[in-house]
Design a protein around this ligand. Structure first.
Ligand code: ADP
Ligand code: MG
Length: 461
């Protein structure tokens, strides 16, 4: 060894990286002291020995593949690999030469563990998030979804990864949603509400945030965070409805009251005039009487809503109340070719105002009859639900209600009938609400409608 070579070796020994070299037969030709320390070996023991004999575990690890690649292709390689026998992560750079291979390596276990911890931190934010979190590429294909997202829309992660967001947005909302998405893909964070479609076909109202994923100053995709606001939406709607209800209630009370008295006078005089009218005019009087009856019906319904009556709550038998209703409406049903079939379980007495509940039943059965102009069957069920509440369900085979119009039912004066008042359902909602019960409508256009009322047995204030 000449002086130059000795100097060079001393330098190599002093560098802080581990360093060793092997010849073309993979035998160690040099090992610096850091390398010996990192590998927990004596350098005298290793010199002249074959790398793969001394470290057989490395054969199945990236070390083998990478070193061979460097030698075969005569290119430098860099890689990181875990080395299980020493429980250590190494960052490695290897440089080929005609005499063999020079390898520099560093112990990066601490950094790797910290990075992996950090990754786990971020992963928790994704995985454990109660909100649905997901990411897309720039075309809107799903790249990842968390489990909250699987629950929100009912698809599995695997199914999501085959999809874009487009088929999962309700059609009417699609263009708007797409605009927001495209803005996010251009780098602008978006907040908006839209309607998503659950796998089972249900519409889910969601509030969405779309955030651009920026890597090296370039947007490479879009993150999404979605919250289910379906309940919130329906409460909002209910609130709007009930505000309208009480405003209408106050107004109608005074109007209805004012109309009733003159109406009574008109009715009386028409009756008197009719008895002495020439026979060709009788028809006019009949029309007048009919129309007055209709005005009376409307004012009656209005007063029903508005009257601040002192209500008599008692424990009542709903089955009996319902029987009264079928008797009352029996002839109307018969005339319309409608059969009312009642299935009643043994149900407890319910704390309620009997004549109000009766009014609700009348409204429902009337609507059911009117929905079947060519006749049909109304199935009525009375029973107890598993929560202990009593339910009554009225199921008709009528025209049904188109989905988009369902939310109008119960809005004062909303009617689709030529002679309708649009007050029946509002009154019913209001009565059921005052009994702390619930009334739900489900309907399929052309197939029929189910109205289901649930009433607590005891009054809960
Ligand atoms: P009205 O019966 O005077 O129209 P309602 O408040 O009772 O007023 O009902 C409002 C609207 O709700 C009706 O016009 C109808 O469009 C719809 N509706 C209510 N019940 C039914 C039903 N069983 N089948 C189909 N549509 C119904
Ligand atoms: Mg009605």
């Amino acid at each position: 060894m000449n002086q130059l070579e000795i100097d060079a070796l001393e330098i190599l020994d002093r560098i802080t990286d581990g360093f060793f070299s092997v010849d073309t037969n993979w035998n160690f030709t040099y090992i610096n002291s850091e390398a010996a320390r990192l590998l927990f070996r004596n350098r005298e023991d290793l010199l002249g020995k074959n790398v793969w004999f001394e470290f057989p575990e490395a054969v199945n690890l990236p070390f083998y593949v990478q070193y061979h690649k460097a030698v075969r292709e005569q290119v430098p390689v860099t890689f990181s690999s875990f080395f299980p026998p020493l429980n250590t992560w190494f960052d490695v750079r290897a440089y080929p030469s005609p005499n063999g291979l020079s390898v520099y390596f560093l112990d990066v276990t601490v950094e790797k563990k910290a990075a992996s911890k950090k990754q786990q931190h971020y992963k928790s934010l994704f995985e454990q998030n109660p909100d649905a979190v997901f990411s897309f590429d720039l075309e809107g294909n799903y790249l990842s979804v968390n489990s909250a997202m699987e629950r929100l829309l009912g698809y599995t992660e695997k199914e999501f990864l085959q999809l874009t967001y487009l088929p999962l947005v309700e059609e009417a909302e699609l263009q708007r949603t797409r605009n927001h998405y495209e803005k996010a893909a251009k780098g602008y964070t978006q907040h908006y509400e839209t309607k998503a479609l659950h796998k089972d076909g249900r519409v889910v109202h969601v509030s969405v945030t779309n955030i651009p994923i920026i890597v090296d100053n370039e947007v490479v995709g879009v993150y999404g965070i979605a919250k289910d606001i379906t309940d919130q939406k329906s409460t909002e709607l209910q609130l709007i409805k009930s505000e309208k209800l009480s405003a209408v209630g106050q107004l109608s009370a005074s109007i209805a009251h004012e109309i009733r008295n003159p109406l009574t006078a008109l009715k009386g005089f028409i009756q008197i005039m009719r008895s002495s009218a020439p026979s060709k005019e009788i028809g006019y009087f009949e029309i007048m009487a009919d129309e007055i009856a209709r005005i009376e019906q409307i004012t009656g319904e209005l007063l029903m809503v508005a009257k601040p009556q002192v209500q008599q709550f008692h424990y009542e038998n709903l089955t009996e109340i319902f029987q009264d209703v079928t008797t009352l409406l029996g002839s109307q049903a018969l005339m319309n070719n409608v059969d009312i079939k009642v299935m009643s379980e043994d149900i407890p007495l319910v704390y309620c105002v009997a004549h109000q509940i009766k009014q609700v039943f009348i409204n429902l059965i009337k609507n059911a009859i009117e929905s079947m102009p060519t006749g049909g069957v109304i199935h009525v069920r009375l029973g107890s639900s598993h929560t202990g509440a009593v339910f009554i369900q009225v199921h008709d085979q009528g025209c049904g209600i188109p989905e988009g119009l369902l939310e109008n039912i119960g809005i004062p004066f909303y009617t689709t009938k030529q002679k309708g008042t649009g007050l029946g359902m509002m009154t019913s909602f209001k009565i059921i609400e005052s009994h702390t019960g619930t009334m739900e409508i489900s309907s399929k256009e052309g197939e029929g409608t189910i109205v289901r009322i649930s009433l607590p047995v005891h009054f809960v204030d």
